[in-house]
Structure formats: structure tokens, C-alpha cells
Design a protein around this ligand. Structure first.
Ligand code: MRU
Length: 367
């Protein structure tokens, strides 16, 4: 998508040195556009864990490229690559895209007989994953567009108000985003819309990243405190909710950024459609019950007790509590399928139910 009218994606190989991965370091947004050079799998691990790169499809791509970095200058050593895969997989637990992409790249490495072949296979696989994720988001955008268009028609072309949570935008993916792809496509077609952007405490991905993306693309939007959504829904100021997902179980339960569940409850109570946009790489085909089985990341309590912002031109962190009380930082929650109106996938829209999900992805049917 556009940054200062120039097209960017979130991660790529350095132009004159394909042995270096470059990525937008999202910790500096929206204040500064910083591009980071990542040269080793250890550096990739830190970039994922410390959220220089974040968002489910992007951490999958980053993990795959981390495996590619592991093949650079290496002699053949089967154990080393398996260890690197476990290491990278452990950087963040909730988004299933990470394990999916890292393990696919590991298999490609194992298929190579020589160090050169392993390196070539790893890069090809990582780039395939990246291409597929870009295309998945584009397809999600086209399918989701039909929903926004219908809403717009039902309102006689009056502004469609969409609420989103966290950042399921292009910064969380390769390009377009999941939840935001339909929004960008509708906006580009001239459909009048406005986005309510949940700030998304504690890390403020909504206020810092989604708002920045939308502003760069010229999409009308308003940042709101996380607690505002319910009120706006009661006041009929929200026509639909679209969020992303970090892991969806095959029963349709959806894990996404903490606070998503409360938005789903409020949407359900107010009969507002609640859609989840996700590529199939975010579906965990092994999990039959998301509420019981999806691992929920807990992060450092400092993210709750401190707040980051710009002061005199520098990003600083300030205490917002006495520091004497404990804090708990659950990073994700699970929205049960009964609260989800539909899943927007690259193959189309379906109910958040096993039969419908498998109807779109019949090759995943067991047996
Ligand atoms: O902790 P983050 O910033 O990686 O969490 C991101 C989200 O929860 C997004 O909604 C998600 O990855 C959706 S996929 C685009």
C-alpha cells in the first residue's frame, strides 16, 4: 500500500544483497518510517518476539525468511534446521501462520541435498508463501467488498460505518491486509465509508498502525478508546465489524487481539454483522475447539504499566501506574463461533462452522 505515495510492502529482500531481509520496523510507527536489516535467524526471532514485525500473516512470512537466513553460509546439518524451526516457532505462540510457514520452509530445506540446494529451496518456499499471502489478502478484499457494497446499497449510498480492532491491515500482512482489504477496495471504488479504529491497548496497534495506514490511503476514519464500540453500536453508528484472526479452529472459534470478544458480544447484542477476515493459513486444521485449545500469549506486564508516545521528537515510555500493583497482559482472546456472522476467506465467505469451512477447503477434510 501507499506510504507518502510510494508503494511499500512489509517485508522483502534487500535490493543489492538478497542475503539480507528488510522489514518495516513497526515499533517506530506512526512517528517514523524505519526500515530494519535482518541478517540472522536470531535477529528474526527478536524482530518477531519484540514486535518489530507483527500480525499473523506477516509473522508467518518473517518466520519463513528466518529459516532462509538460517541456510546462509551453513553446512548440511539436519538437526540444526529442525532446532531453528522450533526456535523461530517459539517466538510467538498464538498466530498459527508462524508454525505453518516455518514448517513448510523446513520441509523445503530438508528436500535439498546440498547447502546450496537447501538455501535455494528455502528462499523459493518463503517467496511462495509471501506471494500466496499477498494474493490471499487481495481475494479476501474482493469477497469482503461484496458485503460493503450491499450495505452501501441498503443505505442508499450513505456512508457505511465499519469498526475494526487492532491492526489487521497491510502492516500485519504483506499487502492489502485482511480486515482492511475490503475497506481499501470499497474506498477505491468510491463507496462512501468511515472506519472506527479501536485504539487497542496495550500496544495501541489501532491508534498507531491502523490509523496511520488509513490516513496514508485517504480512508476516512476516527480513533476511539477501546471501550467506545458498545456505545457506538447502541447509537446505530456502526454498520458492521470486520476484524482479523491469528488462529481459527475448524469449529469456527476465532482468536484475535485481546478485546475482540467484547466487540463481538456488543455486536451480537445490537444485531450488527461481525465478520472475521482471514487467510486459510490462519486456520488451525488440527484444532476442533478454539475456546479450549488455542494458546493465548501472555506478554510482559510493562506493556500494561507503561505507555509509549512522542515527546520532543523522540519516542519515550512513561509509567502510567505506580508500579506497585501487579498487571496481567493477555494478548489475545477467543470469540466463540456463535458470535461470528461470517468468515471472509480467500475462497469466499462462509459461516463460522466446520461444515462450511471444509466446504470451502474440501482438501482439508480428514480421510
Ligand atoms: O499482537 P499483534 O499485533 O501481532 O496482533 C495482531 C492481531 O491481533 C491482528 O488482528 C491479526 O494478526 C490479524 S491478521 C491480519
Amino acid at each position: 500500500m501507499l506510504v507518502n505515495n510510494r508503494h511499500y510492502e512489509t517485508i522483502w529482500l534487500k535490493e543489492n544483497n538478497p542475503e539480507i531481509v528488510q522489514a518495516i520496523d513497526q515499533r517506530f510507527l506512526p512517528f517514523e518510517l524505519v526500515i530494519e536489516d535482518i541478517r540472522t535467524p536470531e535477529q528474526m526471532f527478536s524482530a518477531i518476539r519484540d514486535m518489530h514485525v507483527r500480525g499473523a500473516p506477516l509473522i508467518g512470512a518473517a518466520g519463513a525468511l528466518g529459516m532462509y537466513l538460517a541456510t546462509i553460509g551453513r553446512k548440511t546439518n539436519a538437526g540444526y534446521y529442525a532446532d531453528m524451526a522450533s526456535f523461530l516457532n517459539s517466538s510467538r505462540p498464538t498466530a498459527v501462520n508462524l508454525g505453518f510457514a516455518v514448517n513448510r520452509t523446513l520441509q523445503a530445506i530438508i528436500r535439498g541435498n546440498t547447502p546450496e540446494e537447501k538455501k535455494k529451496n528455502a528462499l523459493e518456499e518463503a517467496l511462495k508463501i509471501i506471494d500466496a499471502e499477498r494474493e490471499n489478502c487481495r481475494q479476501i478484499g474482493l469477497h469482503g467488498l461484496t458485503l460493503i457494497r450491499k450495505l452501501s446499497e441498503s443505505k442508499n449510498n450513505a456512508t457505511v460505518n465499519i469498526l475494526t480492532h487492532c491492526n489487521a491491515g497491510w502492516l500485519a500482512c504483506i499487502d492489502y491486509g485482511t480486515a482492511t482489504a475490503p475497506i481499501y477496495f470499497a474506498h477505491d471504488l468510491g463507496i462512501k465509508l468511515h472506519v472506527w479504529v479501536d485504539e487497542t491497548r496495550p500496544r495501541n496497534q489501532g491508534a498507531r498502525l491502523t490509523a496511520w495506514e488509513l490516513e496514508q490511503h485517504g480512508v476516512p476514519h476516527t480513533i476511539i478508546a477501546d471501550n467506545t464500540g458498545g456505545h457506538l453500536m447502541q447509537a446505530k453508528m456502526v454498520d458492521m465489524v470486520i476484524v482479523g484472526s491469528d488462529r481459527t479452529a475448524i469449529n469456527g472459534d476465532v482468536a484475535n487481539k485481546i478485546g475482540t470478544y467484547l466487540k463481538a458480544l456488543a455486536a451480537f447484542d445490537n444485531r450488527i454483522p461481525f465478520y472475521v477476515a482471514l487467510p486459510s493459513s490462519s486456520i488451525d486444521w488440527q484444532l476442533t475447539n478454539g475456546l479450549e485449545q488455542i494458546p493465548i500469549e501472555q506478554r510482559n506486564a510493562d506493556e500494561i504499566m507503561k505507555m509509549e508516545g512522542l515527546y520532543n521528537g523522540s519516542i519515550i515510555s512513561i509509567d502510567i501506574t505506580s508500579g506497585k500493583s501487579p498487571a496481567a497482559n493477555y494478548a489475545f482472546d477467543v470469540t466463540p463461533s456463535r458470535l461470528v456472522t461470517g468468515l471472509i476467506t480467500e475462497r469466499g465467505i462462509c459461516k463460522a462452522r466446520k461444515e462450511e469451512i471444509l466446504g470451502l477447503f474440501p482438501e482439508k477434510k480428514p480421510g
